[in-house]
Design a protein around this ligand. Structure first.
Ligand code: FCB
Length: 779
């Protein structure tokens, strides 16, 4: 598994994510300073760059890709600040002194706020400013920097920044997003021309090209598609990839794109004659950032995702594969497919993987950070690169994202992509096992034959100073352990990075290839979810060669029967839709040692992995929506408080109200429509001027609509109603309900995937899927 001579090994970072020192030496604010309320000092790389270059040198890489902060160089967008350039001057000298080639990216998303104030990327002038900025940086560093990348991932800057509002500057206009995309491309063209004129040796740009496919094609790329799915795939490929590749490399937008842009913008006036020639500059290198594929299918009623204007009728799906802590499916093979495709379509183009890496939950132990999942991820992706090279793809290098744990944009500091761990309290850096592993790969120019070993249950017991049996009890979520011991064991688990190892277990026990799907009802949003779970879990697990046994857990007797079945060694794994009320079934099943995965966060913290949705976040969105509409007297129809789901929804509601200086006003109900109506009547009796109701489930919301009608109130004029759960009922009521959409199929897929990971002995952190507010007439 060796790589060609001259293959560039490297590591990438970006200015805003590591530098800190946001007002040092005359730096001006960037859109990200304005967008994130409190982002503190990142990695303080601005002051620690010497030590950090030491870490880069220790890896043995030949290249380091960093980005230049535009707001340091031109704080007000106009006048060059020499002190800002001094920093990059020092950095470049330090890198050259360490024998590392500096690769400079000019725009990694941190536009000076001054230019945003003048219109930002939707304004054409920003592209011209970029060219001036590129020239200024080249003038200072061009004698020592050979390799220049104009932009990083213009899709993200345009569509997450100006379309979905999830990134700075947080605008939400499809027209602004498309105009930004064009002006970013124009900036590339003007910037590339300026760099070239100034004598730059190599000019490239960096795109996040994402392979687009249906769920079935993830495992089977050649799978033929239904016409409507093929159309969905093609449309997203245009928006994600061809929108950028073709102007850059062919000097034309794809024909399919222009009508979409025209519809969003009203006209195509921002694309002027001559722009495409400017954009189509010769490229020495195309940087490709790859993390995960885009998986889509046709879904007639689906509204366009705000990040994807023009994506009406396309559903973005999850797939039954392992995921990183970001929830991004891990599909190394897609990197091979992507590199092959690019080399096939653009045979003369040199490619470089300019970013690839993964967020996993890291655990610091006394003897290191054993990030086996990250090592595995990098290894599999490097194998994927190697296969593409074998197939003739012109891949000149591979740069890991990223050097240090850093400020992951809107996600803040909780994402961990670094080869080096950073303790943000002290700024201490420590190499993770992945850093040491990468260093060895570089030294050999080849992938190693073996993988690192995982810590065992014994390691945890020794660390916590308790018996192996106690550890096993805690790991399996049994109640009969004191809170103190539980905390100590969970701490030790974290410290040594223990992952319950079902694979080892399966070596010593007989395999049945059977999996039990244990269902118990009711749950909030129950039926649709149960149906989807049965459907998806069964198809994914059957696809993986398992036999499914469906078992109903509705009585004490059935619980006994299920446990006996599992204890008798009849199944290899269990998917449990647990009753959320205090119940011992999950605990009893976990104690059998057979891998269990749960739907819904359990009441007792344990290592039994589960899949849940972001209930609190959904309730925040629902409540903030009511507040933004001017509602102030908001009541909540709450479900039974022994349901963890309901507790989480209440918590989100309470938090959003608290931020607005309001207190909750609750009425309790069971899960039926009738009790939702009754609770609404009680809320109105308590406070006749109530102007909104947030109901903890969709059924309760349907009840709330009835309660309002019975009280003679008009919805939404007198009383706005928001529910939770976007089942069929939501769109069938009058008026149609505003609700929080819970990704039903995704939960089921995640559950199946989690069980497969457990059966393979892979890391199994809980999966919490995002929810989304769907606004209809009722609020
Ligand atoms: C890429 C960005 C990089 C980082 C990684 C995780 O899209 O270029 O800054 O956020 O994702």
């Amino acid at each position: 598994m060796s790589f060609p001579d001259g293959f560039v090994w490297g590591v990438s970072t970006s200015a805003f994510q590591i530098e800190g020192a946001t007002s040092a030496d005359g730096r001006g604010p960037s859109i990200w300073d304005a967008f994130l309320a409190d982002h503190a000092g990142a990695c303080d790389h601005y002051h620690r760059y010497r030590d950090d270059v030491g870490l880069i040198r220790d890896l043995g890489v030949s290249a380091y890709r960093f980005s230049v902060s535009w707001a340091r160089v031109l704080p007000d967008g106009e006048k060059v600040n020499p002190a800002g350039l001094d920093f990059y001057d020092r950095l470049v000298d330090e890198l050259l002194g360490a024998g590392v080639a500096p690769y400079a990216t000019l725009y990694h998303w941190d536009l000076p706020q001054a230019l945003e104030d003048l219109g930002g990327w939707p304004s054409r002038d920003t592209a011209h400013r970029f060219a001036d900025y590129a020239a200024a940086v080249h003038e200072r560093l061009g004698d020592r920097v050979d390799t220049w990348f104009t932009l990083n991932e213009p899709w993200v800057a345009a569509f997450l920044g100006y379309g979905a509002g999830r990134h700075a500057p947080g605008r939400t206009s499809p027209a602004d997003a498309f105009r930004s995309a064009h002006h970013l491309l124009l900036a590339h063209g003007l910037g590339a021309r300026a760099l070239r004129a100034a004598g730059a040796a190599k000019v490239g740009t960096v795109l996040n090209i994402s392979p687009v496919m249906t769920p079935a094609q993830v495992g089977d790329p050649a799978r033929p598609l239904a016409e409507e799915d093929a159309e969905a795939v093609a449309r997203i490929d245009v928006l994600a990839n061809r929108q950028f590749l073709e102007p850059l490399l062919r000097g034309a937008y794809p024909d399919e794109l222009l009508p979409v842009v025209e519809r969003a913008c009203g006209d195509l006036g921002h694309v002027r004659d001559g722009d495409l020639e400017i954009i189509n500059q010769p490229l020495d290198l195309l940087g490709v950032n790859y993390y995960t594929p885009l998986v889509v299918q046709a879904q007639p009623s689906e509204p366009a995702d705000p990040a994807w204007p023009g994506s009406e009728g396309v559903l973005f799906c999850t797939v039954p594969t392992a995921v990183t802590a970001m929830g991004w499916p891990i599909v190394p093979d897609c990197l091979t497919r992507l590199l092959r495709r690019l080399s096939g379509e653009y045979p003369d183009l040199d490619l470089m993987v300019t970013e690839n890496g993964a967020d996993f939950v890291d655990v610091v132990t006394g003897d290191g950070i054993h990030d086996v999942d990250r090592v595995h991820f990098l290894e599999e992706h490097l194998r994927a690169v190697r296969s593409a090279i074998d197939d003739g793809a012109r891949v000149r290098g591979y740069l890991v994202w990223t050097l240090l744990d850093n400020l992951e944009w809107a996600d803040g500091y909780r994402r961990k992509f670094g080869l080096y761990h950073v303790d943000f309290a002290t700024q201490r850096r420590r190499p993770k096992d992945s850093a040491l592993w990468y260093r060895d790969v570089i030294r050999r120019g080849a992938l190693p034959p073996t993988r690192p070993k995982r810590p065992t249950l014994e390691t945890v017991a020794a660390r916590a100073g308790v018996s192996r049996a106690t550890v096993s009890r805690v790991v399996n979520g049994e109640a009969a352990v004191s809170a103190q011991v539980r905390a100590a064991v969970l701490r030790a688990v974290n410290e040594v990075g223990y992952v319950p190892n079902a694979a080892a277990r399966s070596l010593v026990t007989r395999r049945t290839n059977a999996v039990a799907l244990v269902l118990s009802v009711p749950r909030p949003g129950g039926d649709a979810l149960t149906a989807a779970v049965v459907q998806y879990v069964t198809s994914v697990l059957e696809g993986a060669g398992k036999h499914i046994t469906l078992m109903l857990a509705d009585t004490a007797e059935s619980h006994r029967r299920i446990v006996a079945h599992v204890e008798a060694g009849q199944v290899d794994g269990i998917v449990l839709l647990p009753p959320e009320r205090a119940d011992t079934l999950a605990e009893r099943l976990a104690r059998t040692g057979v891998p269990v995965v749960l739907l819904g966060k359990p009441a007792i913290t344990s290592l039994v992995p589960y899949v849940d949705v972001d209930n609190a976040g959904g309730a925040v969105a629902a409540t903030e929506h009511l507040l933004a509409a001017g509602r102030r007297r908001i009541g909540m129809v709450c479900g039974p408080m022994d349901l963890v789901t309901v507790q989480d929804r209440l918590e989100g509601h309470r938090a959003a109200l608290a931020r607005a200086g309001l207190r909750p006003h609750l009425a309790f109900a069971d899960l039926t429509r009738d009790s939702g109506a009754a609770a609404t009547r009680r809320l109105l009796a308590d406070d006749p001027s109530l102007d909104a109701v947030f109901a903890a489930t969709d059924q309760l919301a349907v009840g709330a609509l009835r309660g309002a009608r019975e009280a003679g109130l008009r919805v939404p004029e007198d009383l706005a109603v928001v529910g939770f759960g976007d089942g069929d009922a939501a769109s069938a009521t009058t008026p149609a309900l505003t609700t929080v959409r819970v990704p039903v199929a995704d939960q089921a897929l995640a559950l199946a995937r989690l069980l497969l990971s457990r059966l393979e002995g892979r890391s199994t952190t809980p999966v919490v899927l995002p929810t989304r507010l769907v606004v209809r007439e009722s609020a």
